[in-house]
Design a protein around this ligand. Structure first.
Ligand code: FPP
Length: 278
């Protein structure tokens, strides 16, 4: 049974329909998955247990995003700074990533998910690079959810890399400095294939971006929840999305100029969403 078929019988259908009916769903959701270690420590268990349980949240959120028709989901799975963690933890995270892809790629493919990565992926172990390449190639033509894994990723690393390539193109005469625009910069970033994130979710209560999508996040709505990542499941995603659809995105304009965008959304529908969630 595909994820969409499954939905026909599930209680999630109602709330997903209501969210879609607002006509204001984000095209791109990006998530800073934080709090795995604390989740484990709170239970007197090793940190890796938190990562293992966090993997279940990844599964839930990918499936729900796909069912909701969200086009882009980007997960901050391993930052460029995470290499500084104790080696056993780094090794465990790499093996978790590898087994996730090996086990799940069939199901992801069957559900139209396209897998991509951003980050310094040539720093990953060779076996991980291999399975990533296989998964990316296999799902390249899919047109459903684009699931981007940020791996060995840092926004400043990507910006620096982009500036270096751009500077070389200027030197070769391919680009002239007077013609540079914001779009040029976006085109040189590894994220050029995706729209900017509309909504960035961060778990575990920390209110910062931690070197995630710094250029791309210029107009993103930020949603921070106290939930630790292993506790973040589909209802929590619905809550974040409900919060998002109720916000007014002004992009520098004044409220009266964007008011008409709201006509599709009635407060009663939104109230029903919230009631369905509780
Ligand atoms: C942050 O929690 C989480 C990470 C550094 C890794 C996130 C990885 C997973 C959820 C599993 C692998 C993901 C994929 C997509 C295959 P933390 O360890 O920083 O928690 P803490 O702040 O409580 O210590």
């Amino acid at each position: 049974m595909t994820w969409t078929e499954e939905l026909a019988t599930s209680e999630n259908r109602h709330v997903q329909q209501m969210l879609r009916d607002t006509g204001r769903m984000p095209r791109h959701v990006a998530i800073i998955m934080d709090g795995n270690g604390r989740w484990a420590q709170e239970r007197g268990r090793p940190r890796i247990d938190g990562h293992r349980e966090g993997m279940e949240s990844v599964r839930a959120v990918v499936k729900t995003s796909s069912q909701l028709g969200i086009k882009y989901l980007t997960l901050y799975a391993f930052s460029i700074e995470n290499w500084k963690r104790p080696l056993p933890e780094v090794r465990f995270l790499m093996s978790l990533l590898e087994s996730y892809l090996r086990k799940e790629v069939d199901e992801l493919h069957a559900n139209g998910v396209r897998i991509r990565t951003i980050g310094k992926t040539n720093a990953l172990p060779k076996s991980v690079q291999r399975v990533l390449k296989e998964s990316i190639d296999r799902t390249a033509e899919n047109e459903g959810l684009t699931l981007t894994l940020a791996l060995s990723y840092g926004a400043r690393w990507d910006i620096l890399r982009a500036v270096q390539v751009l500077a070389m193109d200027v030197r070769r005469g391919k680009v002239s400095p007077e013609d540079l625009t914001e779009e040029t910069i976006s085109d040189y970033l590894q994220t050029s294939f995706m729209p900017d994130p509309d909504l960035i979710i961060r778990t575990s209560g920390e209110i910062r971006l931690s070197n995630f999508l710094l250029w791309e996040a210029a107009y993103a709505e930020l949603y921070v929840t106290e939930d630790l990542w292993p506790d973040f499941r589909s209802p929590d995603l619905y809550r974040a999305l409900t919060d998002y659809v109720m916000r007014e995105r002004r992009f520098g304009k004044i409220s009266a100029q964007v008011r008409s965008d709201h006509s599709a959304t009635t407060m009663s529908t939104l109230e029903r969403i919230l009631n369905a969630l509780t």
